[in-house]
Design a protein around this ligand. Structure first.
Ligand code: FES
Length: 275
């Protein structure tokens, strides 16, 4: 018993040290010059764009019980006969998550700053090109008016989320091999949990759940709706973090699949029975 307490105490200490380390990284990040953030965002988004395009156009999406998250639902699909040769099956669905992220209120802030530099940050020293003020705000004009369809991408994303959850469970119930939990399955679950947190912390979802109501006690089921709204609001407060975590988990899960398919690493099976 004493040994168990000691283990828990040590575990808590490591957790506290981990949280402190993360807080100091966040504090150090805030002290960096203002231009570091837009440059980093631009670099990460460009790298992600190149990697995902290469995967979708040139690579396969399935290895044993795993499917690449980029290929969920479409891995076994053929492209229709009418489609030009450069169209691959994932492209038929990936416009949904791509459109969802491109029109996301948070990503818009991030890529306006990173790519349009207009202005690149909040600090006064970054506002020399065009200082922000109520007078010179021009709103969403020209092509950017399309950003207003964000809520429709959200509705379509519910289907994508359902398929990703299905794929996550499919990595565990592998049919031939019975039930098997391996590191790859854990990555799949971590990825779908983060992607779900990103999707359900969306500002449009928060509005859909309760942001459009003035009086919860005046409607049927108002109490449950208020509780859901409060929960979504807590998720929403961390929306930028979910946006980045889910992007990296998507990348990491895909890279893991490709490394085991190439034989560079082995998938470590934690639990296996049946089959
Ligand atoms: S606001 Fe970011 S996904 Fe909706």
């Amino acid at each position: 018993m004493q040994a168990t307490f000691e283990k828990v105490r040590l575990g808590n200490r490591h957790l506290e040290e981990g949280v402190q380390a993360l807080s100091s990284v966040a504090a150090a990040w805030k002290k960096l010059p203002w231009w570091v953030e837009p440059f980093t965002v631009a670099g990460v988004l460009i790298a992600f764009g190149i990697y995902s395009t290469a995967v979708i156009v040139f690579a396969g999406g399935q290895y044993e019980q795993y499917i690449s998250p980029f290929f969920s639902f479409t891995a076994t699909m053929d492209t229709p006969a009418w489609a030009p040769a450069f169209i691959t099956a994932p492209m038929l669905l990936l416009w949904i998550p791509l459109g969802f992220r491109a029109t996301c209120y948070y990503y818009r802030k991030a890529y306006y700053r990173a790519f349009f530099w207009d202005p690149p940050a909040c600090q006064a020293s970054a506002q020399t090109k065009e200082p922000r003020s109520a007078e010179n705000y021009r709103g969403e004009r020209a092509l950017f008016v399309l950003n207003n369809v964000h809520r429709y991408f959200l509705y379509a994303s519910f289907f994508v989320i359902a398929f990703l959850w299905y794929e996550a469970f499919r990595t565990v119930f592998t049919y031939d091999a019975g039930v098997q939990i391996a590191v790859g399955s854990l990555l799949w679950f971590a990825n779908i949990i983060l992607v779900s947190a990103y999707t359900f912390s969306c500002h449009s979802f928060r509005h859909l759940i309760g942001g459009n109501m003035n009086c919860y006690s005046c409607v049927k089921g108002g109490g449950a709706r208020r509780k859901t709204y409060n929960f979504v609001s807590r998720l929403n407060a961390k929306h930028p973090q979910w946006a980045w975590y889910s992007l990296f988990s998507l990348l990491f899960t895909d890279i893991y699949l490709r490394l085991i398919a190439a034989g560079t690493i082995q998938d470590y099976v934690l639990i296996s029975f049946g089959g």
